[in-house]
Write a protein that binds this ligand. Structure first.
Ligand code: NAD
Length: 293
């Protein structure tokens, strides 16, 4: 299985690769992609992967040539995104990344395995995933998901800590402070909404090890032969919640049955509209820049 990773010289990638190789024991070919100026660092990472000595790793390639490195990919993990810098508005973050993901979407749809599974992690993840879908002219609309599993894991952990353990927990909407947890108290939703910022405040950098673990959880469930139910941000076409049909929105999902229809309370229906509205605004900003010149 060929797994391509963008932003591979970054911190999540560094935590992700050993975890991925500990969990997945089938033959793997890794394709590590980052910006031209990071190619030296990628070579160092390649050496470390060789030194892991995992027998299932058949080949490692790295560089900045996306056409070559995405070619034939069965799985693509999009970590590469420009972070929000000092003085940068959220709108600037959306537009910079929209152009990158739109361009990569075309390449992915042109050269990857037509059955590729792609997970978008780089923020703003949901809107970046929509741009990836649009860049590929919707050819991969049902094969691109944005990572919501970290939010789901955070919700589950908050419930465990409160001794209200539940087998299944789902999150709805955007990977942002408008997200909400299904059938949970406002304290649990608030916990999930603020957790990312709290980690940044404490560590000085964003969640990296927990994001890496969530990516592996998500991939394992998505690829499982058995039915698995989890939260994923999916292309919203024909969703049963009445959400705008051209977004990448987090829904409860079954890898065998697609989007699951669960009852929502009145308060949840109101939160759904707020997070949907935020995503529509992000789409508007992304598209304005893409199609204005
Ligand atoms: N969705 C989630 O749950 C979640 C959780 C945590 C972090 N994130 C996001 O994941 C992303 C990666 O986080 P990190 O901590 O690894 O960041 P990082 O800054 O350590 O690494 C990002 C890497 O992406 C590369 N990059 C930038 N633009 C690129 C492009 N166009 N093509 C290829 N590579 C490119 C950079 O050179 C860098 O090596 C960030 O956007 C972060 O906000 C998402």
């Amino acid at each position: 299985m060929k797994i391509a990773i963008t932003g591979a010289a970054g911190q999540i990638s560094y935590a992700l690769i050993p975890l991925l190789l500990e969990r997945f024991k089938f033959p793997i070919e890794l394709s590590l992609i980052d910006l031209e100026e990071k190619v030296g660092q990628l070579r160092g990472l390649e050496m470390e992967i060789e030194d892991f000595c995992f027998p299932q790793v058949k080949k490692v390639a790295s560089g900045s040539d996306e056409k070559t490195l995405f070619k034939g990919a069965d799985v693509a993990i999009f970590l590469g995104a420009k972070p929000r810098g000092p003085g940068m508005e959220r709108g600037d973050l959306i537009t910079t990344n929209a152009a990158t993901f739109y361009r990569q979407g075309k390449i992915l749809a042109d050269v990857a395995n037509p059955n590729v599974k792609a997970i978008v992690v780089g923020n703003p993840a949901n809107t970046n995933a929509l741009m990836l879908i649009r860049g590929g002219e919707y050819r991969l609309k049902n094969q691109i998901q944005a990572l919501m599993r970290l939010d789901q894991n955070r919700a589950k952990s908050a419930l465990n800590l409160a001794a209200k353990q539940r087998e299944e927990v789902f999150v709805f909407g955007n990977h942002s402070p408008t997200i909400f947890v299904h059938e949970a108290t406002s304290e649990v939703t608030e916990f999930v909404r603020k957790r990312g910022a709290e980690v940044i405040k404490a560590r000085g950098v964003s969640s990296q090890a927990s994001a890496a673990k969530a990516i592996v959880d998500h991939l394992e469930d998505w690829m499982s032969k058995d039915e698995r139910r989890y939260s994923a941000a999916l292309y919203s076409e024909k969703n049963p919640y009445g959400v705008d049909e051209d977004l990448v929105f987090s829904f409860p999902y079954s890898n065998k049955k697609g989007i699951l229809k669960l009852p929502l309370s009145q308060q949840e229906k109101e939160m759904l509209l707020i997070t949907e509205d935020e995503m529509k605004k992000e789409r508007q900003i992304a598209c304005t820049i893409l199609f204005s010149n």
